[in-house]
Design a protein. Structure first.
Length: 173
């Protein structure tokens, strides 16, 4: 991160020394709050796998965090999904890969293409509705469980298959 210091303004929000009793949500919240409030444009979080930090960061409205351990996801997440927090696993990747991912993430820009804006607005609407307590009525999971009960299926896993980018034309035809 220090190697990038000449090109971007960096704010180190801790931890400043190793303490085995530290809890990552405390540090994640500081970064997520800075991004959500606009005090920082982007955030980068490091934890063992990146997953815990990602889960915690996404609890803050306005944060769009993802674990990325490849450069394509690091830049594509910004370009298509307006990703604003990159989560990295210190036990998963090394320093050089982390540097490449950080550069890809920080140099990427949201494309603003109509389909990406439309999708981002839907995500923001979901977040706003959830935050406002407007999601009421039977949940999708309850509807799935009712259908499973009728079919005798006991699995409690909700899945969906999403089209790949570029498949929109196939779907529209």
């Amino acid at each position: 991160m220090r190697r990038l210091g000449d090109n971007v303004a960096l704010f180190d929000m801790g931890a400043y020394e190793f303490d085995p009793n530290d809890d990552y949500p405390d540090y994640v919240f500081a970064v997520a709050q800075a991004v959500a409030s606009g005090d920082a444009d982007r955030g980068i979080l490091l934890c063992g796998s990146g997953v815990g930090a990602c889960v915690a960061a996404n609890k803050v409205p306005g944060v769009r965090a993802a674990v990325c351990h490849d450069t394509y996801s690091a830049h594509q997440g910004v370009e298509h999904d307006d990703l604003n927090v990159l989560c990295l696993g210190a036990r998963v990747i090394g320093v050089e890969v982390a540097t490449e991912l950080t550069v890809a993430f920080l140099m990427a820009r949201f494309t603003g293409e109509e389909r990406h804006v439309r999708r981002l607005e839907k995500v923001k609407s979901m977040e706003a509705a959830w935050s406002a307590g407007e999601l009421k009525g039977p949940s999708v999971i309850e509807e799935i469980e009712d259908a499973d009960d009728a079919s005798g299926d006991d699995d409690d896993i909700a899945t969906t298959e999403l089209p790949e980018d570029g498949d929109e034309q196939k779907l529209e035809q």
